[in-house]
Design a binder for this molecule. Structure first.
Ligand SMILES: N[C@@H](CCC(=O)N[C@@H](CS)C(=O)NCC(=O)O)C(=O)O
Length: 138
């Protein structure tokens, strides 16, 4: 069975879980990363030397990088779901790369300032200032 290594609170793991859901793909998930560190998967760094989540193990085939995992699952198990043909495919690819290369950095700043760092609500002006240009870019 497909094994997903990574804590469910990670947006990159969520992508993979969402893809599995869309594809109706059964899987087993192990909490790794964040507060869990690597204690549930002591050999994790041998699978993914980056020390990042997610990583999948699909019957011995190990893969990391969330977008690549989503593409792999769609291409292997999708039966053309999630991976349309022709130009529509490239529109999907465009948004996936945009998320990783353009959106991610400013989104991370905004996320840590306004969501992950325990908020007084609404966030004080200094938190908004810390977001700087990242706010307008997200
Ligand atoms: N480019 C990688 C980035 C993976 C990544 O940065 N994951 C974060 C969680 S969203 C992580 O592993 N953080 C360290 C941790 O959870 O311990 C991917 O898309 O899979």
């Amino acid at each position: 069975m497909l094994k997903i290594l990574g804590r469910a609170s990670s947006s990159n793991v969520m992508k993979v879980l969402w893809a599995c859901e869309e594809l109706g793909l059964p899987f087993e998930r192990v909490d790794v990363g964040g507060a869990f560190a690597f204690k549930n998967a002591p050999d994790y760094l041998k699978l993914n030397p980056n020390g990042r989540v997610p990583t999948i193990d699909d019957n011995g085939f190990v893969l990391y990088e969330s977008n690549v995992i989503v593409r792999y699952l769609a291409s292997t198990y999708g039966d053309s779901r999630l991976l349309p043909s022709g130009r529509n495919r490239w529109i999907g690819e465009q948004w996936m790369d945009w998320q990783q290369t353009t959106l991610l950095a400013p989104m991370t700043t905004v996320f840590w300032q306004l969501v992950r760092t325990a908020p007084p609500s609404p966030p004080p002006p200094r938190r908004w200032r810390a977001c700087g240009p990242s706010w307008t870019r997200t």
